[in-house]
Design a protein around this ligand. Structure first.
Ligand code: UDX
Length: 422
């Protein structure tokens, strides 16, 4: 099939390149010409392991254009993959998606065939059939589900594993409001062996939010139990190894520590809470999941203060700035509240991360950035905030380590070793 991808950020690039690896022809469009230039040169506009290899291998199937009308007109199906940032109240800002919808709508005017438009961006249930549909209909002068198709196909990609998650998914969720769009989506994913859920557009949108909200809640639940386990002298890891063997529960996402970050979990949970509020529903469990997640990083600083009560002028090392290992992404990184609390207490912070120091220095120019993880170990104490593999191999002898990510090796070498949650 010929597929146009609107938006070459994380989701769009991975989706387009992976579809190409399944033999489809891709036309990428973005308002940011720099991203298109990179793709045209065979380079990835985002950091994701193995993606650039896949771009190189499929170059003949990847085309870029700054002409959106041509992209839509010359393809069989269009995926909207633009960003949906948060507003101050946690709700989703649809500005980019509506503007993409209006431009795609204009292109649909000149597209004689029935053309399905599929929303991959994460949007609150009802958004596709509501404002996005209106933007497309207004600009095209055509009717959704009759003259052009409309659907939702949410993604469940983890950063660092996105290519694998796309190519070998647990399930594929297909939402459509008309049979022709559902057929086109079915054809597109025909070679995938996993379960496929064919459903309404708003159910597909809800599955995405519910999945992320549940996983975020699972982490916060694990962290609360972990906090109690620590006080009781019980190893939370052992507890969850036992709990996770129950098939109804499962072992994943029980890693205790300083909580969840990233571009999806915090944003999606807030969006679900805000959207529920519009319908006079209070999602109490999700409110609590967020509260636990806000408190967890501060526990790391409290543990530190049990050893160094007055942090004024003390040199405190931070290992890990990315929100998780194998990414340079610092969005909602748990290192941010930890460093804020340290600076508020008057500490001098020296940090190291293998990939994320450049972006971090833009929001925290006042802290020191070390040339290596080893260099951080000369600080008065070291806090581990991201579980990069290289931090597991460090020799922490002579150091006070407060571990927010449970790096086992540290416990064997540090002079004082403490972790949150166990
Ligand atoms: C997540 C979802 O997994 C993915 O399906 C969705 O599409 C986007 O959001 P991602 O943000 O890339 O993916 O990261 P993920 O690996 O899920 O981790 C999110 C955060 O939770 C990280 O900060 C991680 O450190 C934390 N986490 C994860 C835990 O604290 N404990 C766990 O057991 C698992």
């Amino acid at each position: 099939m010929k597929i146009s991808i609107i938006g070459c950020g994380y989701v769009g690039t991975v989706t387009g390149v992976c579809f190409a690896s399944f033999g489809h022809d891709i036309v990428f469009y973005d308002i940011d010409e720099k991203k298109l230039d990179l793709l045209a040169r065979g380079e990835s506009p985002i950091y994701e392991p193995s993606l650039e290899d896949l771009i190189q291998k499929n170059r003949q199937r990847l085309v870029t254009t700054s002409d959106l009308t041509a992209a839509v007109r010359d393809t069989d199906i269009t995926f909207i993959c633009v960003g949906t940032p948060s507003r101050d109240d946690g709700s989703i800002d649809l500005t980019y998606i509506l503007s993409a919808g209006a431009t795609i709508g204009k292109a649909l005017r000149e597209t004689p065939d029935f053309h399905p438009v599929i929303v991959k961006s994460t949007v609150f249930p009802g958004s596709t059939e509501g404002p996005i549909r209106s933007a497309l209909e207004e600009a095209s002068g055509k009717q959704a589900f009759v003259d052009f198709g409309l659907g939702s196909n949410p993604e469940f990609l983890r950063e660092g594993n996105a290519v694998h998650d796309f190519c070998v998914p647990d399930r594929i969720v297909l939402g459509a409001g008309d049979a022709r769009t559902m057929r086109a989506l079915g054809d597109l994913y025909a070679s995938f062996a996993c379960p496929k859920i064919e459903t309404s557009i708003r159910t597909a949108e809800m599955i995405k939010y519910t999945s992320n909200a549940f996983l975020a809640t699972k982490i916060s639940f694990a962290n609360e139990i972990g906090n109690l386990a620590k006080k009781l002298g019980i190893d939370a890891e052992e507890v969850f190894a036992g709990v996770g063997l129950d098939n109804r529960i499962g072992p994943a996402f029980f890693r205790t520590g300083i909580g969840f970050g990233g571009s999806c979990f915090p944003k999606d949970v807030r969006a679900l809470i805000a959207g529920a509020g519009d319908h006079h529903e209070t999602l109490q469990i999700l409110h609590a999941a967020l509260r636990v997640n806000e408190d967890q990083p501060l526990k790391l600083v409290q543990l530190l203060q049990a050893h160094i009560p007055d942090l004024k002028g003390r040199r405190i090392g931070i290992l890990g700035l990315a929100f998780k290992p194998d990414t340079d992404d610092i969005r909602e990184s748990r290192a941010i509240p930890v460093i804020r609390a340290l600076l508020d207490a008057g500490a001098v912070v020296v940090a190291y991360d293998p990939l994320a120091m450049e972006s971090f220095s833009k929001i925290f120019p006042e802290i020191e950035y070390a040339p290596s993880a080893q260099a951080v170990l000369t600080a008065d104490a070291v806090l581990i905030t991201t579980e990069w593999e290289e931090f597991e191999r460090l020799n922490y002898s002579g150091t006070t380590v407060i571990d927010g990510r449970r790096i086992a090796a540290a416990s064997k070498t540090a002079d004082i070793y403490e972790g949150v949650c166990w």
